[in-house]
Design a protein around this ligand. Structure first.
Ligand SMILES: Nc1nc2c(c(=O)[nH]1)N[C@H]1C(S)=C(S)[C@@H](COP(=O)(O)OP(=O)(O)OC[C@H]3O[C@@H](n4cnc5c(=O)[nH]c(N)nc54)[C@H](O)[C@@H]3O)O[C@H]1N2
Ligand SMILES: Nc1nc2c(c(=O)[nH]1)N[C@H]1C(S)=C(S)[C@@H](COP(=O)(O)OP(=O)(O)OC[C@H]3O[C@@H](n4cnc5c(=O)[nH]c(N)nc54)[C@H](O)[C@@H]3O)O[C@H]1N2
Ligand SMILES: [Mo]
Length: 825
């Protein structure tokens, strides 16, 4: 270790706790010194919330207006200024007090939020020393750096890429497979439809609008969720939503939202709402299949020509196999809360005309989340509309502009995540000692908790590695992972946690070394405009210099790799600076599009801020397969739609067998298991006015929805009345896993027995002890952390029951947003 820790600690006089806030610190000295014209300059950039132009005056962002090409900007653009100038910014490199004192014995109890400010050199030396120690002591299975998450946009500065390339230069480490978004869906659908579907282009909206007579928006809230994109969204999809609204009003298209709650989409479209009990879509769908079959409303020809294994499946539906229970509408009605006649009518309606089914992703983020998606494909196959415009089933029409006509142009590439050919890691030790080097994304806490445990995953065995060090960049696991008290306990097994972020999130609070990154608005970059539609290329002009002592992720990891040996930082950066990288990515993109899409020289592009690829063209999902299934087979083992999968059957799993089935959940409301003790289903849906936890810290934005400074909890009027809770009251939400404070919003959009708290609310527990109440309202304080099944092992956050009551006594102050408690030494 380069730094002498004793010497470093010797100066520690008193342990004074002062929260670090102060508006006077909000502008960096560099920015203050820069001399922009008084009325400023306009710069163009992009974000997950859309593109915009910013007026920068004297080194400060003064005004933000939506990009002229975005006709449907998200309200979240208003939150961006508050994201940059924010009391929660990470200002300096910080190290956890008790971690610094570890020579006196490890104190791995995290969460008291006491940190010591260090210099950049000290912080990077400590980071490097820990990488060395962990590689030498434990080898590659001791380090987890394989996170996935919503790092800010930009192809070059994509931060997780920088982190992983730098760490790969040092040694091997544990990675993750899958993601929280679609973990179950992306694992099951390749067996059934031959691709993940969730990340594939879907039938274009103009064709859906023209041809679908009925659209079923199933567990899906596109009007809310299309506000954000993985790359900078164009929001053109909102033009199609507007056309659909018009068609609904004129009675030209019938649209039904199948959802326990009245969603933003349902209200916007003014369409029908089919209520369903939470987590019971599979019984509903099985009974639909029963009706279609017994009333001979299904497309036998489609099943014969394009599908495999219908007979085995229908034997289960008719009660001839497995549990020997006939899946009649009467059977399903008991579970799903829709009357038997209602189910029959719904099935008849589906078969009566061309129907497009559009699933959201929420319904697979629950226990056995593989099943509703598989059943969706079976229903669509029975209806026979797959491959027709406005027919069939889709699993992504709410995401990243999928369904907008696409140009097919190539977008700019990115900074390399992996080592270049010829590069070898400093510690070239690839021996994971029999532990798995890759684990299913949502099983990492289990891995920390129970190293060596063997779990099933997608036909393989995974032996969970003994993780001792975690490096996090561009994601916020202390919001995104379930059951924070379990995380608190598991983290006792972690020796060192390093986080690189621009905001002092709960993940920083539970880390040992925290490095201040700058936001995307403090660096130059380039992005594809419109993800799946490839509408153009966007320049991302740096708006202001990095605030405080923050640095770009690129600079941070150049600094780290410098410590790996002479010239290693140059190797990391391929000896180029930021603007050289941006220019290179642009020029490579222009080369790839040569002869197809004209692109000006880099200087012109950078000055204009935008290149358009013109109008896109339309597409029909699975049309080629429908046209000729022999010539254009699906990517399934047989090439056909697999209603029954021999391959999955061969795994011998209990909760994912050879065809879709109904499995009871560990926790289910409306009379299901556990509902006698904790009667309310907690749905932690994606937030309307932020991107997960991002922008929760933006004060002006938070004020538009917070209740007494807390995260809103949406509850049903009758439930509220029975508990003596009024709109605007604080409530305590709890179960055996934890407790939180939230602010009640009483609304008849939510049915009895349901409570919504949106994911991404910042976790602010009162202390480091297990069970400490969360002061702001992060739903993952109480959610269940189990894999969906042996197949996908994905996130099951929506299998969660709670109880709630009016908060009694004086509520503790919200402590989620005030940064670290700085301890002076
Ligand atoms: N209960 C419940 N839990 C859920 C879900 C749910 O529905 N319910 N949804 C799940 C889903 S689908 C997802 S995708 C995950 C989302 O989980 P995450 O992707 O972890 O969520 P974000 O809040 O977007 O976290 C991104 C973090 O990266 C930081 N960051 C952004 N850009 C940069 C950068 O350029 N540099 C650095 N160094 N840091 C940066 C941000 O400040 C933020 O702290 O949550 C999952 N968790
Ligand atoms: N504004 C905004 N948009 C986003 C995001 C964000 O954070 N903010 N995050 C993005 C990301 S990473 C993702 S993964 C997607 C998430 O996309 P989804 O997971 O599809 O989004 P949600 O809004 O959480 O859920 C959609 C609907 O499913 C319903 N639902 C929940 N459980 C059930 C059920 O058991 N049965 C039925 N029938 N319906 C159910 C909910 O009530 C909700 O109306 O959104 C993306 N878009
Ligand atoms: Mo997601």
């Amino acid at each position: 270790m380069k730094m002498n820790r004793r010497k470093f600690l010797k100066g520690m006089l008193s342990v004074s706790a002062t929260a670090v806030i102060g508006p006077s610190l909000l502008v960096s000295t560099d920015a203050k010194a820069s001399s922009e014209l008084l009325d400023g300059v306009w710069r163009t950039t992009g974000s997950h919330w859309g593109a915009f132009r910013a007026r920068v005056v004297g080194g400060e962002v003064a005004e933000i207006v939506p990009f002229s090409h975005d006709k449907n900007p998200s309200q979240m653009i208003d939150g961006i200024k508050g994201l940059i100038y924010n009391p929660s910014r990470v200002r300096y490199p910080m190290v956890r007090l008790d971690w610094l004192k570890r020579s006196e014995g490890w104190n791995t109890t995290r969460g008291d939020n006491r940190f010591v400010r260090v210099t950049w050199d000290q912080a990077l030396d400590l980071f490097y020393a820990e990488l060395e120690r962990v590689q030498k002591t434990y080898g590659p299975s001791g380090l987890l750096a394989g996170q996935t998450g919503w790092r800010q946009t930009g192809q070059f500065q994509s931060c997780t890429t920088h982190m992983q390339r730098a760490l790969a230069m040092h040694g091997y480490f544990v990675k993750k497979i899958g993601d929280y978004s679609t973990g179950a869906g992306q694992t099951i659908l390749p067996y059934v439809l031959g691709s993940t579907e969730v990340y594939a282009q879907q039938t274009s909206w103009p064709l859906v609008l023209e041809n679908a007579k009925q659209i079923i928006i199933w567990a899906n809230d596109p009007v809310k969720n299309a506000q954000v994109g993985w790359q900078c969204p164009t929001h053109d999809v909102y033009d199609y939503f507007a056309q659909l609204k018009d068609k609904v009003a004129k009675g030209e298209t019938r649209v039904i939202c199948v959802d326990p709650v009245a969603s933003k989409t349902q209200k916007y479209l003014g369409c029908e709402h089919q209520y369903i009990n939470p987590q019971t879509d599979v019984p509903f769908m099985l009974a639909i299949a029963h009706t279609l079959y017994t009333e001979k409303l299904y497309d036998k020809n489609f099943l014969d020509v394009y599908c495999l294994g219908f007979e085995d499946f229908i034997g289960y539906v008719m009660g001839q196999t497995k549990d020997k229970v006939e899946k009649t509408p009467e059977w399903a009605a008991e579970i799903c809360g829709i009357s038997a006649d209602g189910i029959r009518d719904f099935a008849r309606m589906l078969a009566s005309d061309r129907t497009q089914i559009m699933f959201g992703w929420c319904v697979q983020r629950q226990q056995h989340g593989e099943q509703p998606y598989w059943m969706g494909a079976v229903i669509a196959s029975m209806l026979g509309g797959i491959g027709l415009p406005g027919g069939g089933v889709s699993y992504a029409h709410h995401y990243s502009g999928i369904g907008e006509p696409a140009t097919g142009a190539a977008g700019p590439g990115g900074f390399p995540r992996n080592l270049d050919p010829g590069m070898t890691p400093l510690h070239n030790n690839n021996d994971f000692k029999g532990f798995s080097s890759t684990i299913p994304v949502a099983r990492w806490i289990e891995s920390i908790e129970e190293p060596g445990k063997e779990i099933n995953y997608n036909g393989n065995k995974v032996k969970l590695p003994p993780i001792k060090m975690v490096v996090v960049s561009g994601n916020n696991p202390w919001h995104h992972h379930q059951d924070h008290n379990r995380m608190k306990k598991a983290y006792h097994n972690i020796e060192t946690a390093v986080t690189i972020d621009f905001a002092w999130t709960a993940t920083c609070r539970f880390s040992d070394i925290v490095l201040p990154a700058c936001t995307q608005f403090e660096r130059d970059d380039i992005d594809l405009y419109g993800a799946y539609s490839a509408t153009g290329v966007l320049a991302m002009h740096k708006l202001v210099d990095p605030l405080y002592q923050s640095r770009t992720d690129f600079d941070i990891f150049k600094g780290l790799t410098q410590r790996f040996g002479v010239g290693k930082d140059k190797e990391f950066a391929q000896d180029m600076n930021d603007m050289q990288w941006v220019e290179k990515l642009y020029n490579e993109c222009a080369e790839a599009n040569k002869g197809k899409f004209a692109m000006p020289d880099f200087e012109t592009f950078w000055k204009d801020g935008y290149v358009s690829f013109g109008e896109g063209s339309t597409f029909v999902r699975h049309a080629a397969f429908r046209e000729d299934p022999e010539l254009n087979p699906l990517g399934t083992p047989s090439g056909f739609i697999e209603i029954t999968s021999r391959k999955i059957g061969s795994y011998g799993y209990e909760y994912c067998q050879e065809h879709p089935m109904w499995f009871e959940k560990a926790e289910r409301s409306h009379g299901g298991p556990g509902s006698d003790k904790f009667p309310f289903w907690l749905q932690s849906c994606h937030p309307d006015k932020r991107l997960h936890s991002q922008m929760c810290e933006s004060p002006a934005m938070r004020e538009t929805y917070a209740v007494q400074g807390r995260e809103p909890a949406y509850i049903n009027p009758a439930d509220a009345k029975a508990k003596g809770i009024k709109d605007g009251d604080l409530i305590r939400v709890y179960n055996d896993r934890g407790q939180l404070i939230a602010g009640a919003v009483v609304s008849d959009s939510y049915p009895p027995g349901v409570i919504r708290i949106q994911e991404g609310a910042w976790y602010g527990p009162t202390g480091s002890e297990i069970g400490a109440i969360d002061t702001y309202g992060d739903p993952n304080t109480v959610t269940l952390d189990v894999g969906t099944s042996e197949l996908a092992q994905a996130c099951s956050a929506y299998t969660c029951l709670v109880e709630y009551e009016k908060f009694k006594g004086e509520a503790p102050a919200v402590n989620a947003f005030s940064g670290p408690i700085e301890v002076k030494i």
